[in-house]
Every structure is written in C-alpha cells, then in structure tokens.
Design a protein around this ligand. Structure first.
Ligand code: NAG
Ligand code: NAG
Ligand code: NAG
Ligand code: NAG
Ligand code: NAG
Ligand code: NAG
Ligand code: NAG
Ligand code: NAG
Ligand code: NAG
Ligand code: NAG
Ligand code: NAG
Ligand code: NAG
Ligand code: CA
Ligand code: CA
Length: 663
C-alpha cells in the first residue's frame, strides 16, 4: 500500500512540473499599449470626473471601449479592428489626489471617485473577454502622507517606524543635506510629530518608502500579488530611477557643471543626481519584481506578466533596465531629446542609439506622450500623424496616450491644479455637451478642449481620412510579418526626409515610411531607396492629396514610374489631375490591399507621408535645439516645472504660439 501511495505522489509532482509554465510568452512584443488617464476618459455618473464604470444600453462596459460598443456583438469586432493590445490605467487606487492618484493612501482599494473594487473586477473580466490585456500603474516609490503606514511611522517606536526615510535635522535644525525634490525645493520636510525630517522625491505629501527595509520590500511584493490575484496582466512601474537613494546621508549632491544660469540651489535641475537617482540597488529591486511575476505566472500557468518601467534618465541607465527584468523600459527620447526643430539625423540618432545599446534579445519601444508631457500634436504642430506613423512603423512596441489616436492637442493656457493640466483634458468622444465625456451641466474637472466640436472620435470614425482611421490602419499594418519580424533600416540621405525601411528577409516584402521634415515639397528619388522603384501607397497623413486618389488611379500612376519615381512629380500630377476633372473622390483604402498583378514582382509598399502643413517651422529658425514649451525640455536632470513658475511658462507658450501658428 505504502509503495502505491508514494508512486501516486511522485506522479502528481511530475505532472505539476510538466504543466507549470508561463503561457503565451512574448504576447507583448509588438503590442500597442494604450494609456488611459481615468479622470479624463469617461464620466458615467455626471460628477465631471472620469471613472471606471460606464453604463451603456444597460450593460456595464469598460471606459476604454465604450466608444467601441455599438452593441455587444460589435464589441469584440471593433476591438479587433482597432487592434489595441492592452490598456494601461493610470493609478486608480485610493488617494487624496494631491498628485491625482500618484499619491496612494491604500494600495489595495479603488478610489471612490473611480468606483469600487467590484467595478474594477467587472472591467477586467470584460476586457479579458474582448481579448484585451489590462496593465495597472504601480507607484512603489512613495505613498500618500495619508497612508496608514505613514501615520503610524510618525511614532518612532511603532513597527512602521522604518517604513519611510527619517533623519534628524542639522544642529540648526535645517534639512540633513542638499537633496532636492523633482518638484524643486528641499526633498526633506520636517515633521513635528517625530521631530525629524522625512524624505520625498516628489511632493511633500508623497513620502518616499524606505526600500532598505526588507519589510517594505515584502509589502510591495504582497501588493503586486494582490493585483495579480485579481487577474491583471502586468504593471507599469512609476518613477523607477527614484526608488533608492544612497544610504550615506552626509553626501551632498554636486552641482551640474553646465546648469542653466537661471537655476539656483532650490532647483532639481541644478544638481547632478548621483546620490538620489539611478542607484544600483534600484535595478536589483526591479529584478526582484520581475522574478516575482515570472514565478507567479509560472506557478499559475498564466500568460506572461509584463513589466513596463518609467524612467527619465540617461540612455545607458534606461537601457540597463533590460538587463534587470523590465520588458519595456520606456523610450522617452522622442519626447525629451527631439522637438519640432530637430532634423532627420536627430531622429535617426535616437532610433540608432537605442538599437545599438539595447541587448540583442531586447524589444524596442516608442513613447510619444503621457500625462506629464505636452501632447505630441502640440509639440509638433500639424505633424502629429508623422510621429504616430513613425512609432507604428518602427520595430517593437508602441505606446499611445489617450487622445493621440484622434490628434488631440493641449489646452496650452490651462492651469487649474497643476502645470501638467494642459495635456489632461477630457477625451473628445463627440460634439455633444462636454465632448460626450460627461453630462455635467456645470462643466468637468478640467474643461474639454474647445476644438471638440470639430475634433472628436465620432466625427473621425465617419470620415475615412482621419487621424483615427489612420491610427487604426497603422495598427492593422503592424500585424504583417514584415513589421512584426522584419529588419529595419533608416536613411537620411535625402535632405529633410527620414526614410524607414522594414523588410521581411524571407519574402523580400518591404514596408517603407517617408517623412518630410520640410515645410516645402521635397523630391525623393525612390530608385536609390527601393531598388526596383515600384511602390504602392498604403497610407498617408490626414489631408494628404495622395489619399484622395482613386484606388486604380493611384496604382497605375505609380506603376508608370518604375525607374525614377519622384514623389514631388507624383504629388504635382495628383494635384493637376484633381483640378482638371472634378471626379468623385474615393477615400484611400487604408487596409493592405492584395498586390495587383503589376506589383507582384516586388510587393513594395509605401506608407507615404507627403508634406507637412505650412505652419511647420523649418529647422534653423530658432534652431538651437530648444523645445517649444519649457515642459518639453524636461529630461535627465530637469525638473517638472513647479506651479510657481507657471506664469513664466504661459508667457512662453503665447510667445511661441506666435511663431508656430500662422493663422
Ligand atoms: C448624468 O448621468 C447620470 C447617470 O446616468 C445621471 O444620474 C444624472 O442625473 C445625469 N445628470 C444630468 C445633469 O443629466
Ligand atoms: C508608539 O508605538 C508603540 C509600539 O507600538 C506603542 O506602544 C505606543 O503606544 C505608540 N505611541 C503612540 C503615541 O501612539
Ligand atoms: C536624533 O536626535 C535625537 C534627539 O532628538 C537623538 O536622540 C538621536 O540619537 C538622533 N539620531 C541620530 C541618528 O543622530
Ligand atoms: C559617507 O560619506 C563621507 C563623505 O562625505 C565619507 O567620509 C564616509 O566614509 C561615508 N560613510 C560611509 C558609511 O560610507
Ligand atoms: C531661486 O530661484 C527662484 C526662482 O525660480 C527664486 O524665487 C528664489 O528666490 C531663488 N533662491 C535663491 C536662494 O536664490
Ligand atoms: C554608455 O555605455 C557605453 C557602453 O557601456 C559606454 O561606452 C558609454 O561611454 C556610456 N555613456 C555614458 C554617457 O555613460
Ligand atoms: C541636425 O541638427 C543637429 C542639432 O540638433 C546638428 O548638430 C546637425 O548638424 C544637423 N544635421 C544636419 C544634417 O542638418
Ligand atoms: C451644478 O451647480 C449647481 C449650483 O452649484 C448645483 O445645484 C447643481 O447640483 C450642479 N449640477 C450638477 C450636475 O453637478
Ligand atoms: C483652456 O482653458 C481655459 C480655462 O482655463 C478656457 O478658457 C480656454 O477656452 C481653454 N482653451 C481651449 C483651447 O480649450
Ligand atoms: C530575395 O532577394 C534576394 C536578393 O535579391 C534573392 O536572392 C532571393 O531569392 C529573394 N527571395 C525571395 C523569397 O524572393
Ligand atoms: C521653401 O520654398 C520657398 C519658395 O520656393 C523658398 O523660398 C524657401 O527657402 C524654401 N524653404 C526651405 C526650408 O527649403
Ligand atoms: C509619467 C508619469 O507617470 N509620471 C509620474 C511620475 O511620478 C510622479 C510621482 O508619482 C507623478 O507625479 C508623475 O505623474
Ligand atoms: Ca464620475
Ligand atoms: Ca525613493
């Protein structure tokens, strides 16, 4: 009997070993992640603030997809059409909202403004039914000062005493050292209750957790486990470079040798943050979370759990996260290192440097905006399509900030709560009250951008030549082998033209992208770039004349130019033809068409971007590499502007507007 029993046990063990594994590995590798800023996405109860629950034809649906749901049956279809892989929700945890959710007072609960835990569970299960992944924001660096841990930590003999970073002041009761908060001024705030200073990388209401305390490390793992138990598919980890600080409190940070002369010792950007950013222990901590989620997925036979990391730091320090467990170390270089005056070489450098330093098994990614930065459509007036086309054609992952898909722009004069308000205005669903975001007749937490009547999703869905339909088509295109597996190459040999070539080595199929950086028409000799010179235009930016050709016409037009196809001549001919005969304009077919017989030989396709609108400022004018808006130049070691300096910002915006918008 005993023998039989033993055998049975061994068998069970063997079965466990054989079945326990991470499923669907790499599902994220060509994903489009869509960032939802819940306050501004969809308001279901009329309080003017977005939330998780959306009543729609008596069905509760998730906010990200309410626009997708004409009916239940069309849900899945429409999701498949749009092709977003995963939504990432900015923090929805309980919070006093000092930093709109980035100050958490209970990591295991949902803030009542957004709904309940139950609402979240509904959202998650509906998302999963649609084949959609859900990523949550994890904000591990700090808690709210209203968190129970912090309240207890004020008592220096409680078990939470070492959950935060407490230090005595100097003899004259000044902060212990010169460390500065990201939002400027001392990173130390005195607390009477404990007669000590506590450290905060961000607002004083966001005390930093002490990761040198193993209990704190365990707490955060438990929180990760709590949300994994709910079934979420991954985490986007906030403010990662700030996790650890040096433990030698006597070390003052050195001044940056090239600090801007307008800065002084109260500014974050004044110092070289060698002691409070990018510490080696930070990488090990991220690695420990990766091990935790891998172990979890493995143990529970779950799809791979993805980790995305937010780090505004040097290229090297960002890339290093690949080696420490981050699947997606956000590439913010298109936000921080280039602007509307950058040239094609500057752009090529961003891509090439990333590729050069990324580990061989790494997956690149591109981020064009988020809730801290001026929207891509505002940073690049009239060129939002270009940037979206670029990120969609480049290899790897694309990250969309809500509204980018319809070309939303900032309200550049808005400042109600935070200098970052401008890019956080509500999503523009349609042309009804509050852009369809909320039925509140008193307005919404931030006003809807005034262009919602002409720029909204409903309208764009009905017009084939729209940002939304371009976005959708790009996502469809991304599913082709040539874009998921193809090689890539950049070419800047034509002045003002950035050329991206993707090629499927097995079939020789290519997809190319031409971006014109000049405000003028630019000639491109495609024979140099595409050896056989044949191409088919697949997609073009909104308002491009190319889009308005008849399908058959656009093809034959191109076929005639097998040898010296010249984009300008082509473009001019299109214009002429358009003038000559007034014909019914056919919208450009956004999907990939089967190559007609004339294209069989090479199958080259061209995602063709013609010219940018007149308001584009050519490189050189003020071309000193400075950004349009002070917020744009926040990069390594540069602070998010403090509310105090907002007036100065505003003046700059107005001043710059004059340069940028020719009306
Ligand atoms: C807005 O919609 C909510 C939910 O349907 C409803 O309770 C509320 O009365 C509406 N408010 C207005 C002003 O119509
Ligand atoms: C501080 O914590 C200790 C240990 O838990 C407890 O005995 C004491 O009552 C607390 N003091 C206050 C003021 O809460
Ligand atoms: C901090 O100051 C208190 C007196 O307020 C003193 O008892 C304690 O030893 C000091 N701690 C350190 C680390 O110097
Ligand atoms: C802390 O830094 C000081 C230099 O400011 C150095 O003299 C001291 O040895 C360091 N202490 C430790 C424990 O590393
Ligand atoms: C530092 O600059 C700020 C303006 O950004 C100014 O208000 C402040 O007085 C300056 N502080 C010092 C110590 O110079
Ligand atoms: C980045 O890392 C590379 C290779 O490790 C090194 O050659 C380069 O000097 C580093 N750059 C900086 C700015 O640290
Ligand atoms: C592109 O701009 C950079 C500065 O951003 C400059 O150094 C470089 O010479 C420019 N290259 C070309 C080809 O104009
Ligand atoms: C609008 O404001 C008025 C006056 O403050 C208030 O009575 C009313 O309830 C508000 N309506 C909504 C929908 O919030
Ligand atoms: C920006 O917000 C302000 C309210 O602060 C409003 O008056 C203005 O019309 C808004 N601008 C746009 C373009 O929506
Ligand atoms: C791809 O192109 C290469 C070089 O022109 C050629 O040798 C190869 O046969 C082509 N492969 C296919 C599948 O057409
Ligand atoms: C654009 O074209 C105009 C007129 O042909 C010319 O004057 C101008 O210099 C051109 N600008 C650039 C940036 O090439
Ligand atoms: C892009 C992003 O999420 N930025 C956040 C970084 O962390 C600080 C503090 O939590 C937030 O204020 C930012 O919004
Ligand atoms: Ca609401
Ligand atoms: Ca920290």
């Amino acid at each position: 009997m005993k023998g039989v029993y033993l055998v049975a046990v061994v068998l069970v063990l063997a079965v466990n070993l054989a079945t326990a594994r991470i499923m669907n590995k790499g599902w994220w590798k060509n994903a489009v992640f869509y960032q939802v800023y819940p306050r501004s996405f969809m308001d279901s109860n009329g309080d003017g603030i977005g939330d998780l629950k959306v009543e729609f034809d008596n069905i509760v649906v998730l906010p990200a997809f309410d626009y997708i749901m004409e009916s239940i049956e069309s849900k899945l279809e429409h999701f498949k059409d749009t092709g977003i892989t995963a939504i990432w929700l900015s923090p929805i945890n309980k919070s006093p909202m000092k930093d709109f959710g980035y100050d958490i007072s209970d990591f295991r609960d949902i803030d009542p403004i957004f709904g309940t835990l139950r609402d979240f569970e509904d959202l998650l299960s509906k998302a999963h039914k649609l084949g959609l992944k859900v990523i949550l924001d994890l904000v591990p660096n700090h808690t709210s000062n209203q968190h129970m841990w912090f309240k207890e930590s004020i008592n220096s003999t409680s078990e939470y005493a070492d959950y935060y970073i407490w230090q005595n002041g100097t003899e004259s009761n000044k902060p212990p050292n010169n460390w500065i908060s990201v939002f400027n001024n001392s990173a130390w705030t005195y607390h009477e209750g404990r007669n000590q200073y506590y450290f905060h990388q961000f607002y004083a209401e966001q005390p930093d957790l002490n990761y040198r305390n193993p209990t704190v490390q365990q707490e955060m793992k438990d929180i990760i486990g709590f949300w994994l138990d709910k079934g979420i598919d991954g985490f986007r980890i906030d403010a990662v470079p700030h996790l650890f600080e040096t433990d030698n409190i006597t070390l003052n940070e050195p001044k940056l040798p090239n600090a801007d002369s307008s800065l002084n010792e109260t500014h974050f950007a004044y110092y070289n943050h060698i002691y409070i950013k990018d510490q080696p222990e930070t990488y090990e901590l991220v690695q420990s979370w990766r091990e935790y989620v891998d172990h979890y997925a493995n143990k529970n036979n779950r799809d791979e759990i993805v980790i995305l990391t937010e780090a505004y730091t040097s290229l090297n320090s960002t890339i290093k996260f690949y080696d420490y467990g981050s699947h997606v170390p956000f590439n913010f270089k298109f936000i921080t290192d280039v602007n509307a005056r950058s040239n094609t070489t500057d752009f090529a450098n961003i891509v090439n440097n990333w590729m050069k330093y990324m580990p061989d098994d790494g997956i690149p990614n591109s981020v064009m905006g988020n809730h801290d930065r001026v929207r891509v459509g505002t940073r690049y007036p009239g060129r939002a399509d270009q940037l979206i086309m670029l990120e969609m054609i480049l290899p790897g992952i694309a990250v969309t900030y809500y509204g980018e898909e319809i070309g939303m722009v900032d309200n550049t004069t808005l400042y109600m709560y935070d200098v970052r308000d401008g890019c956080r205005t509500p999503f523009q669903w349609d042309d009804t009250l509050n852009g369809g975001f909320s039925n509140n007749t008193n307005g919404t937490w931030l006003p809807v951008h005034s262009d919602y009547k002409i720029n909204n999703l409903a309208k764009q869905k009905n017009v084939s030549d729209s940002h939304y339909n371009l976005y959708k088509s790009l996502i469809q295109l991304r599913k082709k082998d040539v874009l998921t597996k193809g090689t890539f190459q950049l070419d800047t040999s034509t002045k003002n033209v950035l050329f991206v070539l993707r090629k499927d080595e097995r079939t020789n199929e290519t997809v190319s992208l031409l971006l014109n950086f000049s405000a003028n028409e630019t000639k491109v000799d495609l024979t140099k770039l595409l050896p056989k010179g044949q191409f088919k235009v697949l997609l073009a930016n909104v308002n491009s004349t190319l889009r308005k050709l008849k399908k058959s016409e656009s093809q034959s037009e191109q076929v005639q130019k097998t040898d010296t196809t010249d984009a300008t001549t082509f473009y001019r001919k299109c214009l002429k033809k358009k003038k000559k005969k007034k014909r019914k304009l056919h919208h450009f077919q956004p999907t990939v068409r089967k190559a007609s017989s004339t294209f069989k030989e090479e199958g080259n396709s061209l995602v063709f971007n013609t010219r940018v609108p007149k308001q584009f400022v050519p490189a050189g004018e003020n071309g000193n590499g400075r950004a349009i808006h002070p917020r744009d130049i926040i990069g390594t070691n540069t602070p998010i502007q403090t509310p105090q300096s907002v007036d100065a910002n505003r003046r700059n915006i107005l001043q710059f507007s004059k340069i940028f918008y020719i009306t």
